[in-house]
Design a protein around this ligand. Structure first.
Ligand SMILES: NC(=O)c1ccc[n+]([C@@H]2O[C@H](COP(=O)([O-])OP(=O)(O)OC[C@H]3O[C@@H](n4cnc5c(N)ncnc54)[C@H](OP(=O)(O)O)[C@@H]3O)[C@@H](O)[C@H]2O)c1
Length: 238
């Protein structure tokens, strides 16, 4: 796909991977609709990009997906790409893990991602083409002690992505996942030093590394699809 003048929605755009993807796709000449809860961060980011508008919101709000699609079309006249990326991570041993936070993670990482995905794809089916990229994780392919519930949310995203890809085979609608290993973002802000030491022990990627991979997925010729791009630090311990 040639990205110049195409239109993308990016969820989780206020920091980390989403912010880096926004910068990368902006550099490619795309028009962007950015969403997350942190309005101030979105405003700051958009003010440094060429053609970016913001729609702040809570990703679990069932009305947000359609609002984003309608906004993209009203503002830019079309919608070509949805980067379904917002996510959180709650981890911990059985005895102390915060069960309510685990359930909220499922609402953000799975329920909201399904809502965004299906809403985007219904629009793409009407318009005839489009590209959905879901942010999965290496944790969507392998489990790790104390991360089971998070891994489950990302296994769900892998299953969702693969099933949709096959359902849409032969159309001009593409579905892929990006599956990063450890990336240096706000995802680990609440982690203790010991937990961080383990997860960072194989080195970390920077958000820009993932952004380049997302652009690579999108820029493949029409007869080529990358169903999943797993990208990890060279010394990833998982
Ligand atoms: N960092 C890693 O090592 C890694 C590895 C594999 C996969 N991932 C995945 O990558 C994705 C992005 O994470 P990140 O690493 O870039 O972390 P991050 O820096 O914490 O970014 C998470 C983004 O999601 C948004 N978000 C979280 N909860 C939300 C909610 N309830 N409503 C709306 N937006 C919400 C945040 O915005 P607000 O807080 O402003 O709402 C933020 O923009 C996630 O799906 C994560 O699971 C990350």
């Amino acid at each position: 796909m040639t990205l110049q003048n195409k239109v993308a929605i990016i969820t989780g755009a206020s920091g980390g991977i989403g912010e880096a993807v926004a910068k990368e796709l902006d550099a490619a000449g795309m028009n962007l609709v950015l969403t997350a809860r942190s309005q101030d961060k979105l405003e700051h980011l958009a003010s440094n990009l060429q053609h970016a508008k913001i729609v702040p919101g809570e990703i679990t709000n069932p009305e947000l997906p359609q609002k984003l699609v309608d906004f993209a079309i009203q503002t830019f006249g079309q919608l070509d790409v949805v980067f379904n990326n917002a996510g959180v991570m709650t981890v911990g041993p059985i005895e102390v893990v915060d069960i309510e936070a685990i359930c909220q993670m499922v609402r953000v990482n799975v329920e909201a991602a399904y809502r965004i995905g299906y809403t985007a794809l219904r629009h793409f089916k009407e318009s005839g083409s489009g590209f959905l990229i879901n942010t999965s994780s290496i944790a969507g392919l392998k489990t790790v002690p104390q991360l089971g519930a998070y891994c489950g949310t990302k296994f769900a995203i892998e299953a969702f992505t693969d099933s949709l890809r096959v359902e849409l085979a032969g159309t001009d609608i593409r579905v892929s996942s990006i599956a990063p290993g450890t990336v240096d973002t706000g995802l680990y802000d609440k982690w203790g030093d010991q937990q961080k030491d383990f997860i960072y022990s194989g080195g970390v990627l920077q958000p820009i590394d993932i952004a380049r991979c997302v652009r690579f997925i999108l820029e493949q010729p029409g007869n080529v699809l990358i169903p999943r791009l797993l990208v990890v630090p060279a010394a990833e311990p998982v």
